[in-house]
Design a binder for this molecule. Structure first.
Ligand SMILES: [Zn+2]
Length: 299
């Protein structure tokens, strides 16, 4: 499942590829996504501005949501769910449907980088085999009140994010710190993989009660979250399956995680002895697997 770094890497690729293109056309092949696509989705998205079809003004991210800002104050929201993929190709043909799990396709037209009056068309397809992903359209000035975005917590790269934010957010919470990190209402965009990795960097056991963390440990945890996300973005995102670059180029650079998926292995940069600790441990917390070093990560 893509987490914040994967979505951020995708956002940057899309922005590079699409620039300030105009949304020329689109097709809907399947409306039954995680939530059914709204009736007026295509018509609203394609509403022309004074100069023609809507211009892509920016692509932003909130948590794991991609936000395509169009001229005229409309925003396309995209969530990739478990297995959503966005694939770009140089093509002026929307039809035919490229894949039996392709649900939406968009045609963008942009000025050619070589200049002049030449244009280039790019087709963006949305595939999702499991259909846990979805799209919606909203007005830009109502975006923060959108039902899917309204409850989202702090962005880890916001200036206000840090140890003191976590101290306040965790205060009185009688759940494990791992569960608290997965709660999108506290911190947006951190999922199972990066929560485990951040706790490892911060040397905090995932089982510690969130409300019991000292300010000092919250400071380490905030730094761990930011550094692990930054490293993953720098590595081009990381993934286990069902996910490809937006250019369809065949998958992510395989970022090497320190603890995630490495049960029984020695942990990197740790002085713990494999014979004594048994290496990296795996346990289930609220049905999600958690990986940690029992020696380095203290309760
Ligand atoms: Zn260790």
């Amino acid at each position: 499942m893509p987490e914040l770094p994967e979505v951020e890497v995708l956002r940057r690729q899309l922005r590079r590829a699409l620039g300030d293109a105009r949304l020329a056309d689109m097709r809907i092949y399947e409306r039954r996504l995680r939530f059914p696509l709204s009736e007026g989705f295509a018509d609203t998205a394609l509403t022309r501005d004074r100069r023609g079809t809507p211009r892509l003004e920016d692509i932003r991210r909130r948590g794991k949501y991609l936000l395509f800002h169009l001229s005229g104050g409309r925003v396309l929201l995209c969530h990739l769910g478990m297995s959503g993929q966005l694939l770009l190709e140089d093509s002026s043909q929307l039809e035919p449907r490229r894949h039996c799990h392709e649900h939406l396709a968009f045609l963008f037209r942009r000025r050619d980088r070589r200049g002049g009056s030449r244009t280039r068309t790019v087709r963006l397809g949305f595939r999702d085999t499991r259909r846990f992903g979805f799209w919606d359209i909203a007005r830009a000035d109502e975006l923060s009140e959108h039902p899917r975005l309204r409850g989202l917590g702090m962005e880890p790269f916001d200036a206000g994010f840090g140890g003191s934010f976590l101290v306040g957010a965790f205060a009185g919470r009688r759940v494990s710190v791992k569960s608290a990190l997965l709660d999108q209402r506290i911190v947006a965009g951190v999922g199972n993989i990066y929560a485990s990795e951040a706790l490892f960097r911060a040397r905090i056991s995932p089982m510690v009660c969130a409300g019991d963390l000292t300010a000092r440990r919250c400071g380490r945890l905030a730094a761990g979250i930011v550094s692990v996300l930054e490293d993953a973005i720098a590595a081009g995102g990381s993934t286990r399956r069902d996910y490809v670059h937006s250019d369809g180029g065949g998958g992510y650079f395989q970022h090497r995680w320190s603890v995630y998926g490495r049960e029984g292995e020695p942990c990197p940069g740790c002085r713990c002895r494999l014979a004594e600790t048994g290496g990296i441990q795996k346990s289930l917390q609220s049905g999600r697997s958690t990986f940690y070093c029992p020696a380095r990560q203290r309760r």
